[in-house]
Design a protein around this ligand. Sequence first.
Ligand SMILES: C[S@@+](CC[C@H](N)C(=O)[O-])C[C@H]1O[C@@H](n2cnc3c(N)ncnc32)[C@H](O)[C@@H]1O
Length: 214
Amino acid sequence: MNDKYKIIGPLYDFLAMIFSAGQIDKCKTAMHGYIKPDDKVLFAGVGQGIDAIGAAELGAEVTVVDLSESMLNILDKRTRGRYFTHPIRRVHQDILKFDEYHQYDVVYANFFLNVFEKNMVTKVLEHLSKLAKKGGHVVVGDFSLPSGGPVSKLFQNIYWYIADIIFVVMAKNAFHPVYDYQTQMKQLGLEITDVKYLQFLFDDRYYSIRAQKG
Ligand SMILES: C[S@@+](CC[C@H](N)C(=O)[O-])C[C@H]1O[C@@H](n2cnc3c(N)ncnc32)[C@H](O)[C@@H]1O
């Protein structure tokens, strides 16, 4: 499997920390207050996995899926020697080939959907929604849609494009404007039940959207 995160992967969480003064990490765990022990929780495109580790610490039965072996190896290193009620299950696979449908209480897509071209985002979101149980939830954490006045929006767009261009070059991610995940989730029949915003440099920069599957 082609590992597009081989070079940038080991630096990913460090860069995110610097770029957002820690707000990206907070965004990834913003909805963890809803996790209950023994919940089945899936992290799609998990990366280094601080969010997955946080869920395992809360007693959830965590499965992580990622295409990048180097990202998964970092997650392994971070959890080596640690005890969780349910050991984290690691799956090295394309999420679109992962077909454990209707199994998960919560499916997370943290800073994951933004790697795809626009036409793929709906397809991937729909797939993630199928992996959740009836009544289960999908959580999307990502850059929030630019809002406020024109100057504010311009600054938010510049901020996004700096990150996007780095990942277009380093990991062949798609080049695109900030996606409107809330609208896409609603169009797929998911009901938005909570949205938490994270601020940086005087504006909303990131949000975590929790939506329920009917
Ligand atoms: C931008 S990183 C985000 C990582 C992590 N969720 C975080 O917030 O730090 C995107 C991750 O998605 C993984 N990825 C990209 N396409 C994938 C796919 N089709 N299936 C599974 N993982 C994928 C990449 O290997 C990478 O680890």
